[in-house]
Design a protein around this ligand. Structure first.
Ligand code: COA
Length: 272
């Protein structure tokens, strides 16, 4: 078995030990798109921390895990030290669980928002949502999707979006020849994850997510929405209740967001 396979096996066992739903493929995508630290003790992976850099000034980080048996011994602090060194002066954005919050505060992160995890196993039969201006994305839409995302997220995520389109599907909203919203949906965890969702209104975000609610009937569906998205009650009414939330934290200055599109659902809690 190659080192990479061994690392993936160990990483998967680590995330399972803290009951995260990551599959082997989810780890592979995360490692492909970013960089990471894995700590090993007695032949086992006992801790992880990953980051995804966007240029020299900004990165997101996540999948910061210490195995239950090793927690409370300073390993989390050591991971953060090494990661901050590796990401140098970049602004860092993360989504913190309650367990991680004190650790991140100690490293100068402060709260800037919340993310709400909505998910459920979907019934097999659903009446279709109105589609309106929603259509399936084509290869020629990619530059417009990347630009919309860059303005809403504050950094260019071409590789991430290309990867999500490759392993999943993307829908766009087009009006008068202009693309002003998009959403991707890909296999993740127990089923499918919708996001990122970038739109210019809550109604458009609902159209995009609604498409996948219909398309993925019979499957497990997850959406991680921003606290100011205005989508929580609507998702709950669609049978996708909130099952948990995390706090968005930042260390440094977030790159300016340009709109008019904004992020309604994250690529993932780790990717931001
Ligand atoms: C968060 C986590 C990575 C911390 O790792 P760790 O090795 O236990 O952390 P350390 O021993 O270096 O302690 C760092 C700080 O975190 C605090 N801390 C550690 N575990 C904690 C817990 N379960 N709840 C609250 N605070 C915790 C410690 O009190 C310490 O702060 P202090 O020195 O001011 O007392 C670890 O608890 C973990 O993997 N949790 C499950 C996965 C998770 O939620 N990760 C965060 C994702 S954003």
């Amino acid at each position: 078995m190659s080192d990479t396979n061994r690392d993936l096996d160990g990483a998967l066992a680590l995330s399972q030990a803290v009951r995260w739903p990551y599959r082997r493929d989810d780890w592979r995508v995360a490692l492909d798109l970013g960089q990471g630290l894995l700590a090993e003790a007695d032949g086992e992976i006992v801790a992880s921390a990953l980051w995804w850099s966007y240029g020299d000034a900004f990165a997101t980080c996540g999948i910061i895990i210490v195995s239950p048996a090793m927690q409370g011994r300073g390993l989390g602090r050591a991971l953060m030290d090494t990661m901050l060194e590796a990401t140098s002066d970049r602004t860092l954005l993360l989504n913190s669980t309650a367990e991680g919050h004190r650790l991140y505060e100690a490293f100068g992160f402060s709260d800037i928002g919340t993310v709400h995890q909505h998910q459920a196993q979907r019934p097999a039969m659903l009446s279709p949502f109105p589609t309106g201006p929603v259509r399936r994305a084509q290869a020629s839409d990619l530059p417009a999707i990347v630009q919309l995302d860059r303005h809403a997220f504050g950094a260019e995520r071409t590789r991430l979006i290309e990867m999500f389109v490759r392993i999943g599907t993307a829908m766009v909203i087009e009006r008068d020849g202009v693309i002003d919203g998009f959403a991707t949906c890909r296999p993740f965890g127990f089923g499918q994850a919708v996001g990122p969702v970038v739109a210019t209104s809550t109604a458009d975000a609902q159209l995009l997510i609604g498409h996948f609610i219909t398309e993925k009937a019979g499957q497990f569906l997850r959406v991680d929405i921003t606290g100011d998205s205005g989508l929580g009650d609507w998702l709950t009414a669609q049978g996708l209740p909130e099952v948990g939330n995390v706090t968005t934290m930042i260390r440094g200055q977030r790159p300016p967001l340009m709109g008019p599109g904004r992020i309604y659902a994250l690529a993932s809690q780790s990717f931001g």
